[in-house]
Design a protein around this ligand. Structure first.
Ligand code: HEC
Ligand code: HEC
Ligand code: HEC
Ligand code: HEC
Ligand code: HEC
Ligand code: HEC
Length: 306
C-alpha cells in the first residue's frame, strides 16, 4: 500500500514506458517522460492540451490526477498492466467528451480530491481540508496507527474518542473489516451505494462478509489472518491453505497451531484451496481482475452471486 500514490520521478512505469499513446475517436493521448518530467497530453489534431503529471494513483493500474486552471481532474485514460497500455479509465467510458477540454478527464466533484488523497496518501487532509504541503504518498505507518484513524476506530467501536493510539490487535474480526473498509469499502457502504454485479468484487469486506466462512467474532477469518499489512501480498499458489485449514478439516493435515478445524473437509482436493474457492473475477470492462472474497463452491456456468 506504500505505492498507492507515487511521485513522477519515482514511478517505475514512467521509466519502463517513457512513451505511451492511445487514440479514442478524434482524440489522441500521450504520456511522455523526459528526465524527471512526465507530461500528459491530448490533441484533436489542431489544438493540444499538455499538463505535467504530479500524482500517480495505483501501483499496477495507474490513473493520474491532473491540475488544470486550478481544478483537479481524473485522467480520461489510465495505464492497465493487463494490456500493457492505455485505455479509458474505469468508470469513465460513458463520458463521451464533446470538446478537447472535456477530453482531458473527469473533473472531480467538490469533496472528491480529499477522498482520493485521503485513501491513497497520508497526512493529506487536516481540519477537513486537502493540504498538499504535508502530503506523503501511499498509506504510511501513521495512517493506520495514529491520528484520524484513532478517531475512526473509536467511531467503529461506537465508543468515546480516545486520544491514545489504538491497539489494532484488539479489534474484532468485524472491526478489522470496517477498519480496512475505510479504504477498501465496508459492507454498509457497498449496500448503501447499491453497487451490484461484478464491480463489487473489488470490495473485499463486503464479499467476505457474504461468505459462509465469515464470522464477525472468529479471528481466523479476519483480513489480518490472511494478510499482514506490513508485508507484500502473498501470491504463491497455496500460500493461504494454512488459513483455510485453521477451520476446515483435511485428510492429511491437522489444524495449524493445534486448534479446532471442525468445518467440513473438501471432497475434491487438499491443497491450493483459494484457486478454486476464491476465483478470479474480471471487472465488466475486462481490464482488471480481483480474487472473489466470497469464499464458496463455484459451479461452472453459475451467475456471479452479488
Ligand atoms: C488508508 C487507506 C487504506 C487502508 C486503511 C487499508 N488499505 Fe489496503 N490498500 C489501499 C490502497 C489505496 C491500495 C491499492 C494500492 C494499489 O494497488 O495501488 C491497497 C491495497 C491493498 C492490498 C493489495 C496489495 C497488493 O500488492 O496488491 C492488500 C492485500 C490490502 N490493501 C490489504 C489491507 C488490509 C488487510 C487492511 C486493513 C488492515 C488495509 N488494506 C487497509 C488503501 C488502504
Ligand atoms: C475510499 C477510499 C478510496 C477512494 C476515495 C479512492 N480510492 Fe482508489 N483505491 C482504493 C483502494 C482500496 C484500492 C485498491 C484496489 C481495490 O481493492 O479496489 C484503490 C485502487 C485504485 C487504483 C488502482 C487501479 C484500480 O482501480 O484498482 C487507482 C488508479 C485508483 N484507486 C485511483 C483513484 C482515484 C483517481 C481516486 C479519486 C477520484 C480514488 N482512487 C479514490 C481506495 C480509494
Ligand atoms: C494498512 C494499515 C497498516 C499500516 C500501513 C501499518 N500497520 Fe502496523 N499494524 C496494523 C494492524 C491492523 C496491526 C495489528 C495486527 C497485527 O499485529 O498484525 C498492526 C500492528 C503493528 C505492530 C505490532 C503492535 C503490537 O501491539 O504488537 C507494529 C510494531 C506495527 N504495526 C508497526 C508498523 C509500522 C512501523 C508501519 C509502517 C512501516 C506500520 N505498522 C504500518 C496496520 C497497519
Ligand atoms: C481466508 C483468507 C483471506 C481473507 C480472510 C482475506 N483475504 Fe484478501 N486475499 C486472499 C487471497 C487468496 C488473495 C489473492 C492473492 C493472490 O494474488 O494470489 C487475496 C487478495 C486480496 C487483495 C488484492 C486484490 C485481489 O482481489 O486480488 C486485497 C486488496 C485483499 N485481498 C484485501 C482483503 C481485505 C480488506 C480483507 C478483509 C475484509 C481480506 N482481504 C481478507 C485471501 C484472503
Ligand atoms: C473461521 C473459519 C473458516 C475459515 C478461515 C475458512 N472457512 Fe470455509 N467455512 C467455514 C464454515 C463455518 C463454513 C460453513 C459450514 C461448513 O461447511 O462446515 C464454511 C464453508 C465453506 C465452503 C462451502 C461454502 C458453500 O457455498 O457451501 C467452502 C467451499 C469453504 N468454506 C472454503 C474455504 C476456503 C477455501 C477457505 C480459505 C481460503 C476457507 N473456507 C476459510 C469456516 C471457515
Ligand atoms: C480443484 C478445485 C478445488 C480445490 C483446489 C479445492 N476445492 Fe474444495 N471443493 C471443490 C468443489 C468443486 C467442491 C464441491 C464438491 C461437490 O459439490 O461435491 C468443493 C467442496 C468444498 C467444501 C464443501 C464440502 C461439503 O461437504 O459441503 C469445502 C468446505 C471445501 N471444498 C474446502 C476446500 C479447502 C479447505 C481446500 C484446500 C485444502 C479446497 N476446498 C480445495 C473444488 C476444489
Amino acid at each position: 500500500m506504500g505505492r498507492a500514490l507515487q511521485w513522477p520521478e519515482s514511478n517505475p512505469l514512467f521509466k519502463s514506458h517513457p512513451e505511451l499513446s492511445f487514440r479514442k475517436g478524434s482524440y489522441t493521448y500521450a504520456v511522455e517522460t523526459k528526465g524527471k518530467q512526465t507530461v500528459y497530453s491530448v490533441t484533436d489534431g489542431t489544438r493540444t492540451i499538455s499538463l505535467p503529471i504530479r500524482w500517480s494513483f495505483g501501483k499496477g493500474a495507474q490513473t493520474w490526477v491532473l491540475e488544470k486552471d486550478g481544478e483537479l481532474y481524473e485522467s480520461m485514460v489510465s495505464y492497465y498492466p493487463s494490456i500493457d497500455g492505455l485505455e479509458i479509465t474505469t468508470g469513465d467510458a460513458a463520458l463521451n467528451p464533446q470538446n478537447l477540454d472535456e477530453a482531458v478527464g473527469r473533473k472531480l466533484r467538490k469533496s472528491e480530491p480529499k477522498d482520493c488523497f485521503g485513501c491513497h496518501s497520508s497526512n493529506a487532509v487536516s481540519n477537513g481540508e486537502l493540504t498538499f504541503k504535508t502530503l506523503e504518498p501511499g498509506v504510511t505507518c501513521g495512517h493506520c496507527h495514529t491520528g484520524s484513524t484513532a478517531h475512526m476506530i473509536a467511531a467503529v467501536q461506537g465508543g468515546e474518542f480516545d486520544a491514545a493510539p489504538p491497539d489494532l490487535k484488539k479489534l474484532s474480526t468485524e472491526d478489522i473489516s470496517n477498519f480496512c473498509g475505510q479504504c477498501h469499502r465496508t459492507w454498509e457502504t457497498v449496500v448503501r451505494s447499491g453497487w451490484r454485479g461484478e464491480v463489487d468484487v473489488r470490495f473485499q469486506p463486503y464479499r467476505l462478509a457474504n461468505s459462509k466462512c465469515f464470522s464477525g467474532t472468529d479471528p481466523r477469518i479476519s483480513c489480518i489472518a490472511c494478510h499482514d499489512p506490513h508485508q507484500e501480498l502473498a501470491t504463491a499458489e497455496g500460500s493461504y491453505d494454512g488459513k483455510c485449514l485453521a477451520c476446515h478439516a483435511s485428510k492429511n493435515a491437522s489444524a495449524p497451531g493445534g486448534g479446532h478445524n471442525d468445518a467440513k473437509a473438501c471432497t475434491v482436493a487438499n491443497a491450493n484451496c483459494a484457486s478454486c474457492h476464491m476465483p478470479k473475477v474480471k471487472l465488466p470492462n475486462g481490464l482488471m481482475t480481483f480474487h472473489d472474497h466470497e469464499i464458496r463452491i463455484v459451479k461452472p456456468g453459475a451467475p456471479y452471486p452479488d
